[in-house]
Design a protein. Structure first.
Length: 469
């Protein structure tokens, strides 16, 4: 038996509103608990699995019981991205307004394939794509919303490949050792024969000269340079590659320039990085993840490109059941001809609502605040007698505790990391900088403040002293 409202006859409008209120209250409890709860509970795998496992639910369950299980068994095992001490990855603290919008996205349940199937949803997505491009200085671009930076980078490389007739095993993509692994992974998926990993300069930036020399050598060897993958904000250190030089190398050699801006591109809104916008505008494609430094909930990434025609060449498909019959240009538009997915969530709505409510200016202000927090943290590390700053950029900082003579610095800092994580007050990540083991923070969290970062400096220092005995 069903009702006109739900598959379950127990759920009518009144009951749905009651259930929605309970879910909203649970979400609000989660947001309220962000500052004081452990960033990530220290649970062992077997215990957590046993807690969550249930038999196949054949019969209808009780809503109160299900919510209690979420509250008691699932939520304690989740990472709190909005905790002020969450500093490990480029995962933002979700903006509550956008979380509410996501509920509406699921309720509306639009499959954003083409204008004929979801006209308003397509127009909202095209509007949001335009906003993102305008915000970072990449105006008038075509684009598509995707799940995240990895998907955007994959589709950017798809466009680079679509532009050439050369055999894929002859193609070369140029990256640095700091480039996000999704570029090499995408190249492998696409059957690109060579990924040339080049050294960076002292600031961990990919420079034009090294790329130009590699391109010349590859051409002499009979290979086909295909794409330069530059970064605006590497995940590892926040470095911004030498975009001015790479633009010139790409243009003079007829090579596609893709910019991975999944993390750092929103910083282009700031005055301090405005000079980079003219170089970004010359890129053939760029990725940007609003679920990173625009504080939207997962998942929403974006690929922007100056080559709308290549989107069609790379991704268009035809079948009787999806053929577009409209001839008017707006109504004939289809996203499934411009990306890999046919089934596509209405991701744009949460951005459209959040960006209108919060405004790009406030987002830019918070990004500036987080860069200032990182700069202040760097100063605290450098003024601390036992700590050493290894690299920093945008809102990322890599540092370590100085080991004494005869001590293994890597082992000491691994122990310090484990000690800091054990407190539950912080989650930071390990990495390597120029071969050295480092502690890494990334501030993309509007709840992080000076006090929590000062506490981290102190915690690392105290742990180092204790562990050294």
């Amino acid at each position: 038996m069903t009702s006109n409202f739900s598959l379950d006859p127990r759920v009518d409008r009144e009951r749905f509103l009651q259930m929605a209120e309970e879910v909203a209250a649970l979400a609000a409890d989660w947001f309220d608990g962000e500052p004081d709860s452990p960033v990530l509970a220290r649970l062992d795998g077997p215990t957590l699995r046993k807690r969550i496992e249930r038999d196949l639910p054949r019969d209808a369950g009780q809503w109160d019981e299900i919510l209690d299980d979420v509250r008691q068994d699932i939520m304690p095992g989740l990472r709190r991205n909005g905790n002020p001490g969450f500093l490990a990855y480029v995962s933002a603290s979700a903006e509550p307004v956008a979380a509410l919008a996501d509920l509406l996205v699921s309720a509306l349940n639009q499959n954003v394939t083409a204008w004929r199937s979801a006209p308003a949803a397509v127009e909202v997505e095209r509007q949001v794509i335009g906003w993102l491009g305008e915000a970072i200085g990449y105006t008038g671009a075509a684009g598509i919303l995707v799940s995240g930076g990895s998907a955007a980078n994959l589709q950017g490389l798809c466009l680079a490949v679509a532009r050439t007739d050369a055999a894929r095993e002859q193609l070369v993509v140029y990256v640095s050792e700091q480039t996000h692994f999704s570029i090499a992974k995408s190249a492998r998926v696409l059957g690109i024969g060579h990924v040339r990993c080049l050294e960076t300069d002292s600031d961990l930036r990919l420079r034009g000269r090294s790329v130009a020399e590699a391109i010349a050598a590859d051409r002499a060897a009979g290979l086909v340079p295909c794409c330069i993958a530059a970064s605006v904000g590497t995940t590892n250190s926040g470095a911004i590659d030498a975009l001015d030089e790479l633009c010139e190398v790409a243009a003079s050699n007829g090579v596609w320039l893709h910019i991975d801006g999944a993390y750092g591109a929103p910083a282009l809104m700031l005055e301090r990085y405005r000079s980079l916008r003219s170089f970004v505008a010359r890129a053939d494609s760029i990725s940007i993840d609003p679920h990173k430094w625009c504080y939207a909930p997962l998942d929403v990434g974006c690929l922007l490109t100056r080559h709308a025609e290549l989107q069609l060449e790379a991704f268009s498909a035809d079948a009787d059941y999806v053929r577009v019959e409209q001839t008017e240009s707006i109504e004939a538009f289809s996203f499934f001809d411009r990306g890999l997915e046919l089934s596509r969530r209405f991701r744009a709505l949460k951005l459209w609502m959040m960006l209108r409510y919060i405004g790009f200016d406030r987002i830019g202000e918070r990004i500036e605040e987080e860069i200032l927090l990182r700069e202040r943290f760097d100063a605290a590390v450098q003024s601390h007698g036992e700590l050493e700053l290894l690299a920093s950029g945008l809102s990322v900082s890599c540092f370590r505790y100085r080991a004494g003579e005869g001590e293994d610095s890597d082992d000491l800092n691994r122990e310090i990391l484990e000690s800091v994580l054990e407190s539950g007050r912080f989650l930071l990540s390990p990495t390597r900088v120029r071969g050295m083991f480092a502690l890494r923070i990334c501030v993309v969290n509007f709840r992080t403040d000076e006090d929590r970062l000062d506490e981290l400096v102190s915690s690392v220092g105290v742990s180092g002293v204790r562990l050294r005995g």
